[in-house]
Each structure stands twice: as C-alpha cells, then as structure tokens.
Design a protein around this ligand. Sequence first.
Ligand SMILES: Nc1ncnc2c1ncn2[C@@H]1O[C@H](COP(=O)(O)OP(=O)(O)OP(=O)(O)O)[C@@H](O)[C@H]1O
Ligand SMILES: [Mg+2]
Length: 468
Amino acid sequence: MSTPIPSASWPLDAVLLDFEGVDRNRIVQIPWTIRHACEGTAIFGATGSGKTSGSGRNIAKSMLGAGFGGLVLCAKPDEADRWCGWAEECGRLDDVKLFGTDTGYGFNFLDHELNRSGPGAGISENAVSILMQCAERSGGGKSEDGIWEQAARQWYRNAFDLLRIAAEPVTVSALHMMVTDPKAVEKAIALANARSNLDPRDRHDLAAVTRYFKGEWETMAERTQASVRMNITAILDPLARGIGHELFCRHTTLTPEEARNGSILVIDLPVKVYNELGRFAAVIWKYLFQCAAEREVAGDGSRPLFLFADEAQFFITSKDAEFQTTARSSRTATVYLTQNLPNLLAELGGSGRGKARVDSLLGNLQTKLWHQNSDPETNRWAAEILTKGKTVRTSTNAGFSFGSGDGGSGGSSEQELIDYEVLPREFLKLAKGGPEYDAIVTAVLFQGGREFPNGRHWLPVGFDQQNS
Ligand SMILES: Nc1ncnc2c1ncn2[C@@H]1O[C@H](COP(=O)(O)OP(=O)(O)OP(=O)(O)O)[C@@H](O)[C@H]1O
Ligand SMILES: [Mg+2]
C-alpha cells in the first residue's frame, strides 16, 4: 500500500521547494516547480563539497514529500540507508522497495519486456536494446566503429527469435548457453523445427534464423566471432550466475511500472560492492523505467516520477539524452550528481560518441548546481555557461622597428575575450558544509531560460545540512 498522496493532482507549476539565494546581500526565495524538476538536474562538486547532503538531499526530499514515485541507482554502499532515512523523514518509508540481495524481489527483465501488455510489447528488438544499453557500459561497448555493436545486435535478435519460435523460456541463462555452446543453438533449432503448429510468420522467421546461425554466424572470421562472443559474454556472465541469476533470471515480483503507484525503487546493488553486476542492474532498471515512463502521456493526475543517481557517471547511457527530450510529457525528473566533467568523460569516452553523449545530456539537464570544485575543466565549463558572451578584440600593431632594413612590419591580431559573470576561480571558494562551514553548503544555481532577481540566469544559493 502506498502512502496517501498529499493531493491527487500534480500541476507542472506546483512548487516543490524554494532555493535560498543571495541577491545584493538579501536572502531571496527561488521557487522550483515540478516543471523545473522534469526539465532535469545536474549537480557537480568535488568530493566532500556538499552535493549529497546539500542540494541532493533537499531536492530528493522535496520530491518524496510531494508524493513522487521513483528509481534510485546506487554507487556507494550507504546509499540505500540514506534513502530509507530520507523516506522515513517524509513519511514514505513504506513505499521504499529495496531491490538487492536477500530482499526477496526478482526481476526477470527479458520475460517482463517480452510478455508485458501494452504498446510495443513482445518485440524482440526492445529486449535487444536492454542488453545493448549494458554493452555501452562494459569495456567492449566503447568501440567507436559500431561494427561489434551491429554484430551483437544481430546475434541477440536471432537468439531471441529462435527461443521464441522453439517455445523455450527467453532468459539470460538461455542466451548465455547459446553464446558459449553451439550445441545449445542446434538443440533450439531442432526444437523449433519439431513444432508442428508454427504459423507462417514463425516459419518465415525460423528460416531466417537458421540461415543466420548456419551461415553468417558460423562462417564469420574466427577472430571476429570470438570478439563478438566475448563482448556478449561480458554482459551475460554477471547476470546469469550467482546473485545475478537469482535476481534477474527467475521470477518477477517488482517492476519499474510500480513507481507510478508511488513505489520508491532502490536498486541496492552498489557499483562499489558489486562492480559489473551493480552497473548492469542499474542500467537495466533505468532503461526499462525510462521506457515505461515514456509509454505514458502523463497529465496533472499522473503521479510524477524521479530518477536519482548519485555518482551518475557509472550509469549514464545513450538513452538518457534521448529520454530527457521528452521527460516533461512523462513527468519524470532526472537528478544526476557527479564530481566533475573529466569523470564523466573518462567513463563514457572522452571523444567521439562518448563526448557527444555527455554534451547532449548536460545540455538537456536544465537546472545545474555547481558546488565547490577544484577541477579546472569543470570550473571553466561552468564559468563559460555563465558568460555574457564572447567578444573579439582586434588590436593593430604599428610594428615599426628601427634598423630592420625592411621598413618595419605592421599588422593586426584578433583576441577572443570571454566576458565572465562568474570567474572559474569563484568555484574554488564555495562552502562545503561540515563543522568548518557551520553545516552550510553553498553552490551556484543555473537554470536555462530563467531569469533570477539579480537579472541573471544564475544565483548563489545556500543549503543548511541540518535543516529537516
Ligand atoms: N548533516 C550534516 N551535518 C554536518 N556536516 C555534514 C552533514 N552531512 C555531511 N556533512 C559533511 O559535509 C561535507 C560534505 O558532505 P557530502 O557527503 O554532502 O559531500 P559530497 O559532495 O556528496 O561528496 P562525495 O562526492 O564524496 O559524495 C562532508 O565533510 C561531510 O562530512
Ligand atoms: Mg556524495
């Protein structure tokens, strides 16, 4: 049973919290609404700068207090306890569902995706995409050429179709068997052929699947095949054994759709403890949560959702930027916290697709909060967002030099001047909370397209770590 909601309506302009800002030595209240929340939030700051206990906590509790459902991804082992504490303070503890070891929940995500009802149900391609999201966050997926990605997609697509036609359960374990043991493929083909009641569509698909496994796959250059197989195994392996098997290959007792009923789904498999399994678990839940949210056009009567990830660099995938473009119609508020820009780029690849993914996502998270930081790249980037613009100054050089014999040299040079509103070094000076700063955390708040009382798109704001 979910906690009774404060109201059965969540208009986009309802205020979730008031940021406390400073304008010319006056404290000003800056209302932040459901609309702002659904336009996405990115929080940056060095380790110990007050991200989690300052802005993160305030935003999280405002959404809990307003009755949002949500999904929480965990990087650190204390994340789940922290969320239980916040939920308790907001009277929402009963809504928290911890998905982890020994919590009794299971999520057979392939079965759920292929057998759910509603739009797009039962399409193999959607199930393929789940595993491809995981691939983006494993070593193999960082390849820029996309060849391995295409080959893996093709393998998954054929494997899903074969299992479906053979009337075998589509599980991570079954896929794992098929990629590691060619006899498992033979067996599935034999089972599919032995079925007497195949409809014409399945017959057609079976012929295509057989052509793929007996032709293209079998005759693929040995090294290429080994590399595709290795990349697929890297994803399936942690999910098909031990805790992964228990949580993802058996029954389903918790689904992303439950968030809309008010559940707070905490994926308590922190990356710092469970490594690859923790990452994949988070990415699977996040992707299916985003897909479920997107399938609905949510109105004022639909409970809003949040997607909260501290140390978000571990979980970001290509789906995030795409999802953010329509997040408002699904009434979903993404809140991503991370230390600095180089962290994100290191996780996602500093050039090509990884860099484009980071740029596109950050451009689409409209509320930004920058806490204390000593990373020059992050501080420069933040300061560049807060500029009045760039001007080009042309300077002319008479350049006449005595005794050169050529009559002197003249010319002009162009210099780009950045008119900063906040200098990069200002981010070094923000308050980090704790006893040294009397539990006060300060940050710079920026919202694209919004003007604050100081006439700018940004404002210094403060958080009391000890307020309730
Ligand atoms: N309730 C509190 N009262 C006083 N100080 C606190 C409180 N909570 C945290 N602190 C202190 O405030 C500082 C900021 O902590 P916080 O965990 O919010 O930083 P962070 O930016 O999230 O760091 P990290 O990137 O390491 O997670 C730390 O020194 C921490 O010990
Ligand atoms: Mg933190």
